[in-house]
Design a protein around this ligand. Structure first.
Ligand SMILES: [Zn+2]
Length: 316
């Protein structure tokens, strides 16, 4: 008990602990193993700058990169009944929900927003694979209906970014019922003559592929995204045959007529602007914004009786 242990040691300890570097400054690319600095990676929308591997991106970050100036307003989604089946596997369903909400900072697996891209107003919805595998539960169904309803109200196209492992098993049959519900939502858009554009991201599988993710007027996919109903392993085991290379990947599906485009995430915004403006009959987007022209005086000002006020400023 002296001043060395009571005063000096805590001081020294605090000096060293302050030097600790946050752990998540660097991310390792799953594909090529390159260590990527977090800012460099987020500036490139989570696409590896070395090998162009597309890593998962949160809906909020995607919207920030998609909308003009990163400005969008969220659309409220009606909250469904929580845990209707009192489902429990290794964990209770409400516990799983809370854990997912804590790790993602989002309320559920889909984010709906409205805003403008290249000056064209749109409604957009994006699925969050980090939130329980982006699984399609009642909330996701409600989100798509809310997005389609708003799009019809405002007469805007709907752009949907899919990413899901399929239906949410914790909601059983209620999650499967989202397939017809979302199909009806897409039908609403078609009846209103509004474009529905789907961007399929890695991975889009199961019941999502069997409903709203495949009903777009334009089907775009991100490079190397896995898009399927049943996964390659299941098919291989069922038919007992070796599947061709790249089977069910975006490029393979494009070659076989399942998709319209495969577009890199960094070029997606420009492409969506072009597609939306074309389908909505708008003129091509203005590249770069020039300052508004100065107003031209309509006629020479009539002669005034009063002299112009004197200014104190010296003339240059
Ligand atoms: Zn890489």
């Amino acid at each position: 008990m002296n001043w060395i242990s009571n005063y000096v040691r805590p001081k020294i300890n605090s000096l060293f602990s302050r030097r600790e570097v946050p752990e998540n400054l660097w991310t390792k690319c799953d594909e090529c193993g390159t260590m990527l600095f977090h800012r460099e990676l987020s500036d490139n929308q989570n696409v590896c700058t070395n090998c162009n591997h597309h890593m998962p991106i949160a809906p909020r970050a995607r919207f920030a990169a998609l909308f003009d100036g990163g400005i969008f307003s969220e659309i409220d989604v009606p909250q469904p009944v929580a845990d209707p089946l009192h489902f429990r596997d290794q964990k209770k369903y409400p516990d799983r929900m809370r854990a997912a909400q804590k790790s993602t900072g989002e309320a559920e697996a889909m984010l709906v927003a409205q805003g403008e891209i290249g000056g064209a107003p749109i409604v957009a919805a994006a699925q969050d694979f980090r939130f329980m595998g982006g699984s399609m539960g009642m909330y996701v169904g409600n989100a798509i209906i809310a997005a389609a309803t708003r799009a019809v109200e405002l007469g805007r196209p709907l752009i949907l970014f899919s990413a899901a492992g399929g239906a949410r098993m914790q909601e059983g049959i209620l999650s499967l019922m989202q397939m017809p519900r979302t199909t009806v939502a897409v039908e609403m858009l078609k009846e209103a003559g509004l474009p529905y554009i789907v961007v399929l991201t890695h991975p889009t599988t199961g019941g999502v592929t069997a409903s709203y993710a495949m009903l777009g007027d334009v089907q775009i996919a991100e490079p190397n995204a896995l898009i399927c109903f049943a996964g390659p392993r299941v098919i291989e085991q069922t038919i007992r045959e070796k599947l061709p290379e790249g089977f069910q990947r975006a490029e393979y599906l494009l070659d076989h007529g399942m998709l319209d485009r495969v577009t890199a995430r960094t070029e997606l915004r420009e492409e969506l602007i072009t597609v939306v403006r074309m389908l909505m009959g708008l003129p091509p987007a203005v590249r770069g914004s020039l300052p508004a022209p100065e107003p031209i005086p309509a006629a020479p000002a009539p002669a005034k009786d009063v002299a112009a006020p004197q200014t104190d400023e010296p003339k240059a």
